[in-house]
Structures are given as C-alpha cells and as structure tokens.
Design a binder for this molecule. Sequence first.
Ligand code: G1P
Length: 293
Amino acid sequence: MTTRVTKAVIPAAGLGTRFLPATKAIPKEMIPLVDKPAIQYVVEEAVAVGLTDILIITGRNKSAIDDYFDRTPELERHLEAGSKKEELEQVQAIADLADIHFVRQGEARGLGHAVGVARRHVGDDPFAVLLGDDIMDPEVGVLAGMVRAFGERGSSVLAIRRVPQDQVCLYGSAAVEAVPGEESLVRIRDIVEKPDPAEAPSDLAVMGRYVLTPAIFDEIDRTVPGRGGEIQLTDAIRSLLAKQEVYGYTFSEGRFDVGNKLDYLRATVELALAREDLGPAFRGWLVDYLGRS
Ligand code: G1P
C-alpha cells in the first residue's frame, strides 16, 4: 500500500431528513451556500490537497449531483454567444475540477455500507472519506494535516474535535491517548457511535473527515447493523483498531454542520462575508440591519 493519498470518497446517498422540506425535491448536497452547492465545497477541499480521483456515492433522487459535475454544451454555447466569459469559465471549471466518478449505493444501509460500496474503485489504495454535511474552512487545513499524518504514519487518521457534553451523543466518540512529540495527533484507543451520555468515552467527537487504509473494507464486510439499525463506519473502525493503529487529528474551529439549519445559516453568512466580491457590501448591509433590529 502506498502512503500517498489521491482518492476521495464522498457519500451522498442520505435522505436529508434534517433539511426537509427542501430535500423533498433537491438532494441535500445540492443546497447552495452563497452560490455553490454544498458538495462543490467538499470536492474543492479534496482537490486542494491533491485528491483528484473522486468517487461520489449516490442513490435514488440524486441525479442532480451527476448533472452538476457533467459538461453542459448547450449552456456553454449560450454563454459563449452572449460573451459571458466569466460565467462560461465558472461552468467549465466545475466539470474540470477533478476526475469524478459515481456509484450508487442501491439501498440506504448506513455510512459504513456506503463506504463499502467504494471498494472496487478504491482497491488497495488508501483513501479519504469526506462527509457532505461537514463543510470545513480550507484555511484551517484539517484535511491537509490528516493527509500529511497518513503519509508519515501509514495509519488511518480521523478528524476529531471537542464538543459540548450534550452533543456527544450525535457523533462517533473517541477515547484517545497522547502521542509523544505530536501536538495535533493522538492515538485512538476506542470509538463508539453516538453513545448514550453515560457510556461516552470522551467529549472528543469524530467530524466528517477520515483517511483510511484499504483494510477498512474487510472490517465493513464483517460489521453488523449497529446504532439506528445501520452499518456504521464507526463500528468498522472500532474493529480496525484491534489490528492497526488509528490516529485522531484534533482541531477546534472552521467546521459547519450544514445538515443543521442553524449551522447552515452561520456557514452561509461566514462564507459570504469571506468573499471578495460580495463580502464588503454584505457586511455593510448586515451591520446596518442588525443595528436596526
Ligand atoms: C456520521 C458518523 C458519525 C460522525 C458524524 C460526523 O453521523 O456516523 O460517527 O461523528 O457523521 O458528522 P451522521 O451525522 O451522518 O448521523
């Protein structure tokens, strides 16, 4: 197995029930943040750290995602004829972002199962998993740090962050120990999917970024349905722990859970404020608006 990571898997087959009613007709991954669908931020984050072979796991009612990353000759001709150079470049750049592949999950049987569907494409290579609900500020460099750590250690790395006690039950929760000489990297001792508060190993929660060795696929195959009756990636990682080291990459800021409506609004505002073209005018309006209300 190489320690150079070039493949990314983006599970996008979920039903999006946390974002109803919009997700009744639109895949949650296609809900825009400012002017780009959420999944584009995730693809761009992967590409920015050299993961240019991207597999998106889709399911029923997700064809808008395939369409989005496809070429659009008719639209391109229209923009060309209208001399809309900037728009044309934007539209073409989406299809040229990366080498994007699609596979369907068939049945929504959980995150572990969705990742398992990637086996044939990933083969014997290490790969990253990026969950579309988690949007990361690329400036913070979490995925870059994880890929670097994988290169140094050749072991799986999970993104982890401290969360308030009352939120531990929403995540994979990890028991960790320090690694001498490392600041961001810890060794994972145990991991439990969405534990009851009394059983939580710690307040360190797994966020939606993983760099995994291909050994995870055998563990997924052996994993029986767990929390929520679903095949959980966390449970497969727990079995992997018995065979290989697994590390946690700790970080503290720059993550939005855009499946959550309040966090979605925060992400929209912060991303808009950070934009060179829209930020200054939006800030001016926002300050004025808040002053009035
Ligand atoms: C999934 C994982 C969970 C992880 C979380 C991060 O849960 O199962 O371990 O902590 O993503 O966002 P979900 O939020 O899809 O229920």
